[in-house]
Design a protein around this ligand. Structure first.
Ligand SMILES: [Zn+2]
Length: 165
């Protein structure tokens, strides 16, 4: 019976998500495809503002590197769960924040932006404290130090940057 349930979930949910591109991209600004038979492909839409284009590109290039390292099967498997996905997204958000710092943004502002974007992306799927913890491990140079998370959802001062995959 348990085996049947597992098989039903695999056929009904996991397999389509594994085989097809899994993201809903209607409102995404950018994404990275990890195809079965060709190298990773990064897409930035025209809706990415000029000031965001390099940080978003840095984010997506991190995913492209993950795709090359893991291969399409492991990359897609990781994306199936919120925790697995966070393990891919944390370094990507960190890469975007590092690019903002290279472009002259202060570390404090880059950290604020990073936390806003990442906690928004995982809102409803992961606890904000877990997102912050993953980011702290992925880029202690930006998130670490004096930052204290109090466990309450923060008010967003601007609309979050929606990045798919
Ligand atoms: Zn991403």
């Amino acid at each position: 019976m348990l085996l049947l349930a597992v098989a039903a979930v695999a056929v009904g949910w996991f397999l389509p998500r594994l085989v097809l591109e899994t993201e809903i991209r209607a409102d995404a600004l950018a994404w990275t495809e990890c195809p079965w038979r060709s190298p990773a492909r990064v897409t930035l839409t025209r809706r990415v503002s000029p000031e965001d284009s390099l940080p978003v590109l840095a984010h997506e290039r991190e995913h492209a590197a993950q795709c090359d390292t893991l291969g399409p099967l492991r990359y897609r498997l990781r994306n199936l769960t919120a925790g697995g996905r966070m393990s891919l997204e944390a370094p990507a958000y960190c890469a975007g924040a590092r690019q903002r710092i290279r472009m002259g943004l202060s570390r404090a502002r880059a950290r604020e932006r990073l936390l806003d974007d990442a906690t928004s992306a995982f809102h409803g799927r992961l606890d904000a404290a877990d997102v912050v913890a993953a980011l702290t491990v992925a880029c202690p140079d930006i998130v670490g130090g004096t930052f204290a998370f109090h466990g309450r959802p923060r008010q967003l001062r601007r609309s979050p940057l929606v990045i798919s995959a």
